[in-house]
Design a protein around this ligand. Structure first.
Ligand SMILES: NC(=O)c1ccc[n+]([C@@H]2O[C@H](COP(=O)([O-])OP(=O)(O)OC[C@H]3O[C@@H](n4cnc5c(N)ncnc54)[C@H](OP(=O)(O)O)[C@@H]3O)[C@@H](O)[C@H]2O)c1
Length: 354
């Protein structure tokens, strides 16, 4: 029997999230991380050693020039996603780019076009959609079990301070204590820098906008948002989105409340609730509830699979098939269009049409 070709990955940047994704790549059959690049050769080399990666590069382009790599994972700040995805596509590499796919939908469209022109696949790293639970939940949403679709409500956020303790790897360290100061951490934390693509909408609201896109299957007509800002960066945001056929979606996201990662999809005869859509609280019991009769909640437990690995597996299968899957870039662009409109609304106080 013919062996499936091994997919060799390169990673751009020694980001915090890259540890999880590198682990998922190496744990997925038929694929492995072959190289990592950093702005600093020293950081690349020590990260490679720590993660058991064979090759390291002291600049990003050198990794893209590595002929043995098939696919690139890009966990850079959002402001760098377009440039490095386009460069990777031009180097003939398939790309998983972290969310948000870009700074705006124009960039996202340019990225998708570059990948199409170079015959390489583009996918953003929204992981929960790859979990088998997402397909299990979509069935009753699409087959009429809930009646006519009317409303999606979602929330995702967390308190940022404990997150900051996982300091960005490049934050300076105090030479005596080996610790980075809080000011230095914040100065290096992309979530607090608008020019890098920071802010809770693109960071956490991205996922909630995706829930509405996933459940309704189309874009809102109009949106409205209000946000709290700190140095021009939204640290929390509430969003309202109006759709054709009497449908509406709303969500809140931010860095100021205990961790919440839930949604409800409501139709005229029932509702579906998931209280941990981003990633199951208990990976062994990925659950959701259907409420069709008042007072009754029917719990479903989906297969306990690992969504990061499924994302990698699904992506590698597209590469092996030789057929680009347009669904992935188009859903990224739609997700970005919603975020663009919400950002504009939050900054102008106006309802924004899409
Ligand atoms: N899918 C998910 O579940 C998930 C979870 C968390 C984050 N994310 C996304 O992943 C991306 C990275 O997030 P993160 O928190 O992991 O980031 P991070 O730890 O701050 O890492 C970003 C990396 O980008 C490189 N970089 C290049 N220029 C930079 C600059 N001017 N400032 C900061 N970093 C720079 C750095 O690598 P070198 O210095 O080594 O070059 C740095 O390690 C974001 O788009 C974020 O939204 C996704």
């Amino acid at each position: 029997m013919a062996q499936s070709p091994i997919i060799h990955w390169g990673i751009l940047g020694t980001a915090r999230i890259a540890t999880k994704v590198a682990g998922a790549i190496n744990a997925t059959a038929g694929t492995h991380v072959a190289a990592v690049a950093s702005r600093s050769a020293e950081r690349a080399s020590s990260w490679a050693k720590e993660h058991g990666i064979g090759r390291s590069y002291g600049n990003y382009q050198a990794l893209l020039d590595d002929d043995e790599l098939d696919a690139i994972y890009i966990p850079l700040p959002p402001s760098m996603h377009a440039e490095w995805t386009i460069r990777a596509a031009e180097a003939g590499k398939h790309v998983i780019c972290e969310k948000p796919i870009a700074m705006n939908a124009t960039e996202a469209e340019e990225m998708a076009a570059a990948c199409r022109q170079n015959d390489v696949q583009l996918m953003d790293a929204t992981m929960w959609v790859h979990h088998p639970r997402s397909a299990d939940m979509l069935r009753p949403i699409n087959d009429g079990t809930l009646g006519e679709m009317r409303r999606v409500t979602a929330a995702f956020g967390f308190v940022i301070e404990p997150y900051l303790e996982k300091k960005p790897p490049h934050a300076a360290q105090n030479s005596e204590t080996g610790q980075a100061s809080t000011e230095d951490i914040i100065a290096h934390e992309l979530r607090f820098q608008r020019e890098l693509g920071g802010g809770s909408l693109l960071d956490t609201g991205w996922y909630c906008a995706r829930v509405a896109l996933w459940a309704f299957g189309d874009l809102p007509r109009e949106v409205f948002a209000q946000a709290r800002f700190r140095h021009d960066v939204d640290t929390s945001l509430s969003a309202l989105m109006w759709y054709d056929n009497d449908r509406v979606a709303s969500f809140d996201c931010g860095y100021d409340l205990a961790t919440r990662k839930w949604f409800e999809v409501a139709g005229t005869t029932g509702t579906l609730v998931c209280d941990d859509f981003l990633a199951p609280w208990n990976p062994e019991r990925p659950r959701f509830w259907l409420h069709e009769t008042p007072g009754e909640a029917n719990e479903t437990i989906s297969a306990p699979e690992i969504q990061e690995q499924l994302m990698i597996h699904n992506f590698c299968e597209i590469i092996r098939s030789g057929q680009l899957d347009e669904h992935w870039p188009s859903v990224s662009i739609a997700n970005q269009l919603i975020c663009d409109a919400l950002d504009k609304s939050a900054r102008t106080g106006q309802i924004v049409a899409i």
